[in-house]
Design a protein around this ligand. Structure first.
Ligand code: HEM
Length: 145
């Protein structure tokens, strides 16, 4: 299935489930389901390994400070999953707008993220919930024509 359609479906399912479960207060957060800080750090590390050998992605990261990228991405995934973090990096538009990222690059990064979550045994429901929370960044990362 086209990865963007998959992302939209994940968003719809996640909103429906969110409404259905909105009366529960002690449900684990998405941050918990991703394995908290250790789980998210492991996911990001798996992604970094994948990016390093991924022909579609590596060209973007040749001059990147990978320590900073790792730290900021962990912060962001922690914040968007309702963890106890505050993202302190630059705006998504600012960071990505000059990179000429297209849909195929976005798909490749999402594929890498899904593989990283599989590798770290994140359950599929939590995977879809995280993907759904990243959908709103799509227009900020892909320059509009
Ligand atoms: C939902 C999609 C994405 C999210 C949430 C995301 C998130 C981030 C974050 C948090 C940073 C660090 C910002 C900072 O240093 O202040 C970053 C940097 C970066 N992102 Fe993304 N990103 C996304 C998509 C992509 C895509 C599709 C590519 C290219 C294939 C990409 C390439 C990069 C690169 C190369 C940097 C480092 C920039 C530098 O060297 O300063 N990102 N991204």
């Amino acid at each position: 299935m086209n990865i963007f359609i998959k992302l939209i479906l994940a968003l719809v399912v996640s909103i429906s489930l969110g409404c259905a479960g909105s009366t529960q207060s002690n449900a684990p957060t998405l941050y918990d389901r991703l394995g908290k800080n250790q789980g998210i750090s492991d996911i990001v590390d798996s992604m970094l390994y994948d990016i390093a050998s991924n022909e579609k992605l590596i060209e973007f990261f040749i001059e990147t400070d990978l320590d900073r990228f790792r730290t900021k991405l962990i912060e962001m995934l922690c914040e968007v999953s309702d963890g106890p973090c505050e993202y302190t990096g630059d705006s998504m538009k600012q960071v990505h707008e000059s990179m000429a990222i297209d849909k195929s690059h976005f798909d490749a990064l999402v594929t890498s993220l899904v593989a990283a979550m599989d590798e770290n045994n994140v359950e599929v429901g939590a995977q879809n919930d995280l993907l759904a929370r990243l959908v709103p960044y799509y227009p900020e990362v892909i320059p509009s024509n």
